[in-house]
Design a protein around this ligand. Structure first.
Ligand code: NAP
Length: 320
């Protein structure tokens, strides 16, 4: 099969297309014929060798695949050959024609969701849901700011939050991104490249501040978030690419909380809830993954450059 492999950590150019043997599912494993693979920012950190998880070389990147079950290993009972599925992590990597996953990592993909959309499910929707439910303890009627709402996690968070009855503000840095944020259901969209936009956000809450902030770039925004959050508010750090100075007094004055998490560390119970929430939302049309760009598998280096560039518009997916 064709697969992208990383033989040494480095820039996008280390993502190389190779012909390697198609894996066989062992006990408890499922082999998925990959129709689309999602590209997530952390794939680039891992490829650089700077991420908390450093896989042994060579490895095939990617945790988010969508496709059809080709074969199942001994003891697999829940998943059948021929089923449409998405993966929530894999054993062998998603940037390939076939991916091995544990039975517990394979979830049903409804017929109404395309494979390209299915490749944008696990990391974006899993992150958005766990941020809102398990970390922010968000409630209907509260005000939410999604600071970076035009990308994979941001658009997923808009859809979840609107469905649960929150008032949603989202930011983006381009006209196309701002249009997407509004189209997906944000009540108001703000341009995070415009000076004074944080004042506009506070004004939109009549000076109260926002109850919950989901932050995609904390090293740039955390200090401002602590000034925009309401009394008893929660700032949830989802993305961060460096250091920042903050004034802890901003938290004290607001009895506010700043909290971070990684989806990787979700507990079994949390993961069960994430699967259930995603499954229901995909089924009933509440969740509609946005595919901004499809590229052939060989263009993985381009996809890694694009996913870090400004101008996000939903997900970037690779088609093997
Ligand atoms: P993405 O699809 O590339 O989207 C990135 C988002 O950040 C876009 O909305 C982008 O807006 C926005 N952004 C860029 N500059 C910004 C700024 N100055 N202020 C606020 N937002 C800004 O990435 P993603 O998949 O949504 O992931 C977002 C972040 O969360 C990444 O850093 C990723 O590594 C992290 N993440 C963490 C977890 C976790 O487990 N904690 C899980 C998934 C993702 P424009 O392009 O319109 O400017």
């Amino acid at each position: 099969m064709k697969a992208i492999q990383v033989h040494q950590f480095g820039g996008p150019e280390v993502l190389q297309l190779h012909e390697i043997p198609t894996p066989k599912p062992g006990p408890g494993q499922v082999l998925v014929r990959v129709h689309a693979a999602g590209v997530n920012p952390y794939d680039t950190y891992m490829r650089n060798g700077t991420y908390a998880i450093k896989p042994p070389l060579p490895y095939t990147p990617g945790s988010d695949a969508a496709g059809v079950v080709e074969a199942v290993g001994e003891g697999v009972t829940r998943v059948k050959s021929g089923a449409r599925v998405y993966t929530a992590r894999t054993v062998s990597g998603a940037y390939a024609e076939y991916a091995l996953a544990l039975e517990s990592q394979v979830q049903r993909l409804p017929d109404s969701i395309s494979f390209a959309q299915g490749a944008g499910v696990w990391v974006p929707y899993g992150t958005a849901f766990t941020a809102l439910r398990h970390h922010a303890h968000a409630r209907p009627g509260e005000t939410l700011l999604i600071h970076g709402a035009s990308g994979g996690v941001g658009t997923a968070a808009i859809q979840f939050a609107r469905a649960m009855g929150m008032t949603v503000f989202g930011t983006a840095g381009t006209v196309k991104g701002l249009d997407l944020v509004k189209k997906e259901g944000a009540h108001q969209a703000f341009d995070h490249t415009k000076s004074g936009y944080t004042d506009e956000i506070i004004k939109a809450t009549d000076g109260r501040g926002v109850d919950v902030i989901l932050e995609m770039l904390a090293n740039v925004n955390l200090a401002n978030d602590l000034k925009m959050v309401a009394l008893n508010g929660r700032v949830i750090v989802i993305g961060n690419r460096g250091e920042i100075n903050i004034n802890p007094r901003d938290l004290m004055a607001r009895r506010a909380t700043a909290r971070g998490f990684t989806l990787w560390a979700a507990t079994e119970n949390e993961t069960t809830e994430i699967y259930a929430a995603i499954g229901a939302g995909l089924e009933n049309g509440t969740l509609r993954p946005i595919v901004g760009k499809e590229l052939p598998l060989k263009d993985a280096p381009q996809a890694h450059a694009d996913v870090l560039a400004p101008g996000a518009h939903g997900k970037i997916v690779l088609i093997p």
